[in-house]
Design a protein. Structure first.
Length: 319
């Protein structure tokens, strides 16, 4: 694979962060996790190797990435990344970018490249030229995760009658929903840690991580609370809003909240809030298809909400 186009690669640094973020904001396949303020908030935990692509002096695309030994990863600090492309980037430009990337990695002593592009719901206008050209030079799919997605604001026969009944009973019990404030985060995070602890798990983020990200992206990192009539916290959620997608990052329920199905009511609120109409709601990962390890009861719960599964892939290119 070759191209006469003049493609230059430049490492991400303080001098080009603003231009990077400006490109991500207008890119049809851009997403919040590709913004420097998001994937670099924990820069001390990763050896950053992010790359800015130019055609001559014109920005072409960006690739959030980190280095582990002789492997370049599509950034491990976030769920996915991929090559974020300028709106005016064409088929031949992507071909040239992939060719230039392969040459750059070989010259830098890399032996492999692990690539994790954004799933289609996270892209305002989905593109896959990057995957096509990576496969042309030998990339192979090595991992697949399954995520449950719901389209918000769309009455659907996919939602189970039992789900609607549960939500109705929660409302009749006096459960209400409100937007959370910064002051609510410690209490919500306590419920999140309790919920994860019951399953022998721990959060990927710390409460300080979430507070920092909320300070940088206050409109994109909302908190929602479900409370009893007396104001008792029953359930809390931490969400991420990017493009036309909402992601359920964390959820936690108090004992009383589980008895009143407050978490279900919170999710139903997100799905049916007028401001979320047309958004995809990512209810989270169910399992990876390699091990098929996942909770059938969790999948059934998400299917009752109207969720159906999409795939999120990882490709490996040996150099």
């Amino acid at each position: 694979m070759s191209s006469p186009l003049d493609i230059n690669l430049e490492a991400l640094g303080g001098h080009n962060e603003k231009a990077w973020d400006a490109l991500v904001k207008v890119a049809p396949n851009g997403h919040l996790m590709a913004r420097t303020g998001f994937f670099r908030y924990h820069a001390d935990r990763f050896e950053d190797a992010s790359l800015f692509f130019f055609r001559g002096r014109r920005p072409l695309g960006v690739l959030p990435a980190n280095r582990v030994g002789d492997t370049l990863w599509s950034h491990q600090g976030v769920s996915f990344g991929g090559l974020i492309l300028h709106p005016r980037t064409h088929f031949s430009h992507v071909e040239a970018a992939v060719s230039a990337l392969r040459d750059h990695l070989r010259a830098g002593g890399f032996k492999s490249f692990m690539y994790r592009p954004a799933p289609h719901p996270y892209q305002v206008f989905p593109r896959e030229e990057d995957v096509f050209f990576l496969e042309q030079v030998g990339a192979r799919r090595v991992d697949t995760k399954l995520h449950s997605m719901v389209l918000c604001g769309e009455p659907t026969a996919l939602t189970a009658k039992t789900w609607n009944h549960t939500v109705r009973r929660s409302k009749e019990s006096g459960v209400t929903v409100r937007a959370g404030l910064d002051a609510d985060l410690p209490a919500v995070w306590g419920l999140v840690e309790q919920a994860l602890g019951r399953h022998g798990q721990s959060a990927v983020h710390t409460i300080d991580d979430i507070a920092l990200l909320r300070s940088r992206f206050p409109d994109e990192m909302p908190i929602l609370l479900a409370e009893s009539g007396s104001g008792e916290l029953l359930s809390g959620q931490v969400l991420l809003r990017s493009g036309r997608t909402l992601t359920l990052l964390y959820v936690g329920d108090a004992l009383a909240g589980r008895e009143l199905n407050a978490g279900t009511m919170l999710q139903d609120h997100v799905m049916n809030a007028p401001e979320n109409a047309g958004f995809w709601f990512d209810l989270g990962q169910w399992c990876d298809t390699g091990s098929r390890q996942g909770s059938d009861s969790l999948l059934q719960y998400k299917e009752a909400a109207g969720g159906r599964l999409i795939q999120r892939h990882t490709w490996q290119l040996d150099l």
